[in-house]
Design a protein around this ligand. Structure first.
Ligand SMILES: Nc1ncnc2c1ncn2[C@@H]1O[C@H](COP(=O)(O)OP(=O)(O)OP(=O)(O)O)[C@@H](O)[C@H]1O
Ligand SMILES: [Mg+2]
Length: 272
């Protein structure tokens, strides 16, 4: 196992997934538009149970819309999105924890109560919910800020609280919209290593949107590059496996570098 799992072992504060076998994501002939504006045109995607798919694409191409469709927050104009057996929005919502691009913390709740919200929604009592969420505060670089209000936290800290809240929801599918976007480079690399270890220890099915090709290739088993709107897949690749133990080592591996170039080429409008 990669060395990074050492700091994320049996003491994991993450709840076990609802379903140990995991839930696959299947997108078939998906179409979506906002009125006249077509965002997604006949998109097919498959993420196997416990698979981690990265989505990269130009700004405004429809990535957040696609995550909202997967999470059950929007309905397709055509085609299907299924999370396991769950096709309708309520079934998708029940299986998927969504981390929106903007942190959307409740300003009147402390950081710890914001993080514990997903547990409270599952019926966990306040004290137990705070304890469970609180166990992750140190690992997220948030120790000492439990009682702070969102307004007292930096943008990066708010993003980490929102990310923590998504993880503790205990859903088998995670839809993450640029979870590390406003973190500084060092914290971002640490959080990437942490998430890789967390997913090794407690696998979930993940769809991760990011602008950072390196992040996608490091964290995901597969990466899909989307075209400009309406979004379609222009390139799809498997990340190097097994992943190198150390992030710096992983991203300088020649195979990794070649894949990064291929993804960047596709992003710039080149095709296979
Ligand atoms: N609620 C909405 N109503 C109408 N148009 C919308 C709505 N939300 C997004 N759009 C438009 O739909 C398109 C896709 O938006 P979306 O937010 O999904 O893109 P994105 O790939 O996530 O962009 P970014 O990389 O900037 O986050 C954009 O042109 C956007 O302006
Ligand atoms: Mg977006």
């Amino acid at each position: 196992m990669p060395a990074k799992t050492k700091e994320f072992g049996a003491d994991s504060a993450l709840p076990a997934s609802d379903d140990a076998l995991g839930v696959a994501v299947s997108v078939r002939g998906l179409r979506h538009s906002y009125g006249e504006l077509s965002t997604i045109e006949r998109l097919d995607l498959d993420v196997p149970a416990h698979g981690v798919l990265g989505l990269v694409g130009p700004s405004g191409c429809g990535k957040s819309t696609l995550l909202e469709l997967i999470a059950g927050l929007r309905e397709p104009t055509g085609g299907e999105v299924a999370l396991g057996e769950g096709l309708d929005p309520a079934a998708r919502l029940a299986r998927c924890a969504f981390m929106p691009q903007r942190d959307l913390l409740l300003p009147w709740l402390s950081a710890i109560d914001n993080a514990a919200l997903a547990l409270r929604n599952r019926g966990v009592r306040r004290g137990a919910a705070r304890r469970e969420a609180g166990q992750l505060f140190e690992r997220f670089g948030l120790a000492g800020f439990e009682r702070s209000s969102p307004a007292e936290l930096s943008g990066g800290m708010r993003q980490r609280v929102a990310f923590l809240r998504t993880l503790v929801a205990g859903k088998p599918v995670l839809a993450l919209d640029e979870p590390f976007a406003s973190l500084d480079a060092i914290t971002r690399a640490e959080m990437q290593e942490w998430l890789a270890g967390a997913l090794d220890a407690d696998p979930r099915t993940v769809v991760l949107v990011t602008h950072d090709v390196e992040e996608a290739l490091y964290l995901c088993d597969r990466v899909a590059v989307l075209s400009a709107r309406p979004a379609r897949i222009v390139e799809e690749m498997s990340a190097p496996a097994p992943r190198a133990a150390d992030r710096d080592e992983a991203v300088t591996d020649p195979e990794f570098v070649a894949l990064r170039e291929r993804a960047l080429h596709a992003l710039r409008g080149g095709t296979r």
